[in-house]
Design a binder for this molecule. Structure first.
Ligand code: AMP
Ligand code: MG
Length: 352
């Protein structure tokens, strides 16, 4: 316990020292997108470079926010109208790549991550700026939406054209749009000559390069959303994503209903409080965090293997930590009194 405390202290000290190095300038920017605050930190660039990059990233996020919004009118709404009538139509350019990557990730998650379940998300009241005040949908509606069995594989992609064979498909990119957006923005940053940056959207992030020559130190929130449970060092180019039941929810008759819906039951997934994954790209990390949350303490390991994820920490509804040995090696756990269950390793599963 004391060793952990000492190591955590050293981690924080290193973070502080990294921040104090004078010779590499640090530029920060903060804006609102995807309903969350986005923080961009650029290290070691010229002021001109950093300003251009910051402007580009803000514009990218604005465009993506509009294109993928799940309930405001826009390209995603138009796409959903066309999918519902079963007609073949040319996909808006901002939509097509997400359909393709969503199909592949959904299949790899055994459809636990299923961006075609927009009607279920809507029925639960999460297509709304503020879900508070909502109540659970009627049981009959949930059962009907499940029976309709919307899947990403119901969408046929031919060149730039889409067509759905199932009128109940309604796309919702909430579980991986932020990740896809961060990947696009990072590509853009690199094209603009940025070599060290961290792009953090409400605790989900991708970091590349380093902060003054030492790794970025990332804080992981406790599953109740308050305080820090662990820190992780990131360097090179990696994404850290967390899905938690504290992010969006409403309360009804003393029970909390959160926004991560199990497509098998039609109800908010049970058994998990939060899942954190590390992966090179943010799109996969985002989709996997959602899928593993739904998979829960019994099934997360299988799904992580199928999705090629090595670094996973899941906190279950009893507060027990489940993680891969690979993740344990990377973590500085601050809550050292929690029971921890280590899984078999997952090294080498990436890209399989
Ligand atoms: P995340 O915070 O990344 O786990 O994503 C949660 C969001 O994804 C929700 O607010 C919904 O918009 C959407 N969502 C909920 N359940 C699912 C699911 N099973 N598959 C795909 N998207 C989902
Ligand atoms: Mg996600």
């Amino acid at each position: 316990m004391r060793r952990f405390a000492l190591r955590s202290f050293l981690a924080l000290l290193l973070l502080q020292l990294g921040g104090c190095y004078p010779e590499r300038p640090v530029y920060t920017d903060r804006f609102l997108a995807f309903g969350t605050l986005v923080d961009l930190t650029i290290v070691g660039a010229t002021q001109q470079q950093a300003q251009a990059a910051t402007k580009a990233v803000e514009e990218d996020f604005l465009r993506m926010h509009e294109a993928w919004h799940a309930w405001n009118p826009g390209p995603l709404g138009q796409t959903n109208e066309q999918l519902a009538v079963g007609r073949q139509f040319p996909a808006p350019p901002m939509i097509l790549p997400l359909v393709e990557v969503g199909q592949s990730l959904s299949a790899r998650s055994r459809h636990l991550f299923n961006p075609a379940v927009g009607h279920l998300i809507d029925a639960w009241g999460f297509h709304n700026d503020d879900p508070e005040g909502h109540r659970p949908p009627p049981e009959a509606l949930i059962q009907e939406l499940i029976r309709n069995n919307p899947r990403m594989s119901d969408i046929k992609v031919e060149g730039i054209n889409l067509q759905s064979s199932n009128p109940s498909v309604k796309l919702d990119f909430g579980a991986f749009g932020k990740g896809y957006g961060i990947d696009l923005a990072v590509t853009h940053l690199k094209e603009l000559g940025i070599e060290n940056a961290i792009l953090n959207a409400g605790g989900d992030l991708r970091a590349f390069g380093s902060r003054n020559g030492i790794p970025w130190n990332i804080a992981i929130r406790r599953p109740d959303g308050a305080g820090v449970i662990a820190t992780i060092k990131v360097s090179g180019d990696e994404s850290v994503f967390t899905s938690g039941d504290y992010e969006r929810f409403f309360s009804w008759n003393g029970k909390r209903y959160h926004h991560i819906i199990d497509p098998r039951t039609g109800y908010p997934a049970e058994g998990t409080r939060s899942v954190t994954v590390i992966h090179p790209d943010s799109t996969t990390a985002d989709a996997a965090a959602t899928a593993l949350f739904i998979a829960g303490p019994d099934m997360w390991h299988e799904i992580a293997r199928d999705m090629g994820i090595e670094f996973v920490m899941l906190i279950d509804s009893k507060g027990i930590i489940h993680m891969t040995p690979e993740m344990q090696e990377r973590l500085e756990l601050l809550d050292t009194d929690r029971k921890t269950i280590l899984s078999p390793p997952l090294t080498g599963t990436r890209g399989s």
